[in-house]
Design a protein around this ligand. Structure first.
Ligand code: F0G
Length: 458
């Protein structure tokens, strides 16, 4: 390549204005929101990095596909387009649409788990864990040690500890009805899993005759990391790598709000006929008829196109590079982040950045508030507010105090990221003066969404 600038591989045809705001306006807005960014009106946010889920921009081909949406209740054309796309990529025989990822998880968990069952995963995402536990089963995380060390550089920090998996399968033989692998590993920083790791986990599961499912939300980003980091994979296409990942699994759950490039949707896919029949029965009860599963025909069309767009090498190159670009600016400014950066998000390490704020004063939360007030940027704490409260009501600091800056797909440009970097570099100059927060009111579960906070006095 003669030129090294990586351009956004799209032109912008429709724009959504961003409402500018002053620091005074934002200070008032966050006060009214009880210092909880989830309680803000999105219109009061300048750059919204709360999540990459369902927040992406669709392409002209997806919108064109939506016009073709067949809204028949049963056997619609759009269902066949959707199944064709999912099957080409995953190879799974049965494809069951759902309204989003957690619905697929719920149906799968109900079909496969009993009270006391153990479900190993590299790391369960919150909704996966909740659905496993809802069945009375145990959600067991088996990440490699490096996955928990923000400063350790490792190409596949999302990997599963396969030796630990072997022990669990051996010690709990007969009580592990399902093993899952989350690609990329969102809860460990959007970190990828290698083909080698998937292969080893899959082989163990097959030897123990335990179904092995991928939580495939970010399968395309994971495929790109494999292409660029795993020996022998550089010449393979992301599609070929994705197909190889899925070939080693017996099924998958998927949120099409991520690498489906859609604003809503998901699916459950598998090879087992009897399991598929059970899942379809449960689908009819909770989501809808098996050929639409809680989605409109036009949603199925958008996903059918989006899944392939997510595997486009130009798109993936730009996508992964834009996170890396912001990460490089943080590293240059001495701002601590989880390294290497993940596929869909950059994670700030608030524990290292704000060592003067102890865990019980929630440094990550304080940082998310400061980021909003200073620059109108909305990000999500993944720390002691999210994880610190124990089932018995007591408090225990989370392992890490992170703030996630998630990148919506095809939404923000490089200058948006330059702005984000500038705000963060500014915050670095006043980091010592940032104060912690205290909780004044909180619900019993999932408190981060609705808890009310107060800044602590200096
Ligand atoms: N699995 C993973 C790894 C996820 O990241 C998510 C959602 C889900 C499952 C559930 O999918 O939202 O369609 O029901 N993650 C979003 C996030 C919410 O912000 O990381 P869903």
């Amino acid at each position: 390549m003669k030129f090294k600038t990586i351009i956004e591989p799209f032109r912008i045809k429709t724009v959504e204005p961003i409402r500018q705001s002053t620091e005074a306006h934002r200070a008032a807005a966050i006060r009214a929101a009880h210092y909880n960014v989830f309680q803000l009106d999105a219109e009061d946010v300048l750059i919204d990095l709360l999540t990459d889920s369902g927040t992406g921009a669709m392409s002209v081909y997806q919108w064109a596909g939506m016009m073709k949406g067949d809204e028949s209740y049963a056997g619609g054309r759009s269902f066949h387009a959707f199944v064709g796309s999912v099957r080409e990529i995953t190879g799974f025989r049965h494809v069951i649409p759902t309204h989003q990822g957690r619905a697929a998880e719920h149906i799968l968990a109900r079909a496969m788990l009993r009270p006391g069952s153990i479900v190993p995963n590299n790391t369960h995402f919150d909704t996966t864990r909740a659905n496993v536990e809802h069945c009375g089963a145990v959600a067991l995380n088996l990440p490699i040690a490096e996955g928990r060390e923000p400063e350790t550089i490792h190409p596949f920090k999302g990997n599963m500890d396969v030796a630990a998996l072997a022990r669990v399968l051996h010690e709990h033989a007969g009580n592990v009805p399902l093993v899952m692998m989350t690609v990329t590993n969102n809860s460990e920083g959007g970190q990828p899993v290698s083909l080698e790791n998937i292969r080893r986990a899959s082989a163990l599961c097959r030897a123990h005759r335990v179904p092995f499912f991928l939580d495939a939300c970010r399968f395309a980003e994971n495929a790109w990391f494999i292409k660029t980091r795993e020996p022998g994979c550089a010449d393979k296409s992301p599609l070929a790598i994705a197909q190889e990942m899925f070939r080693m699994a017996d099924g998958c759950t998927m949120s099409a709000k991520k690498d489906g490039m859609a604003n809503i949707g998901g699916f459950l896919a598998m090879n087992d006929d009897a399991l598929a029949a059970t899942c379809r029965n449960s689908l009819i009860l909770t989501e809808g008829f098996p050929t639409y599963g809680g989605l409109a025909g036009y949603d199925l069309e958008a996903i059918a196109v989006g899944l392939h767009e997510a595997l486009d090498p130009d798109y993936l190159h730009y996508r992964i590079r834009s996170v890396e670009y912001l990460a490089e600016k943080m590293i240059a400014a001495g701002i601590p982040i989880v390294e290497p950066p993940g596929g869909h998000a950059l994670y700030l390490d608030a524990r290292r950045w704000l060592p003067h704020i102890p865990p019980h004063q929630y440094p990550g939360w304080a940082l998310s508030v400061a980021l909003y007030v200073a620059g109108g940027i909305r990000a999500c704490e993944i720390g002691s507010v999210m994880f610190g409260r124990q089932p018995d009501g007591s408090e225990r600091p989370a392992d890490l105090e992170l703030v996630r800056l998630a990148f919506p797909r095809r939404v923000y440009t490089q200058s948006h990221m330059d702005y984000v970097a500038e705000v963060l570099v500014y915050l670095n100059t006043v980091a010592k003066d940032l104060r912690g927060v205290r909780i004044v009111e909180q619900p019993p579960v999932l408190r981060h969404f609705t808890a009310k906070f107060e800044p602590l006095p200096r």
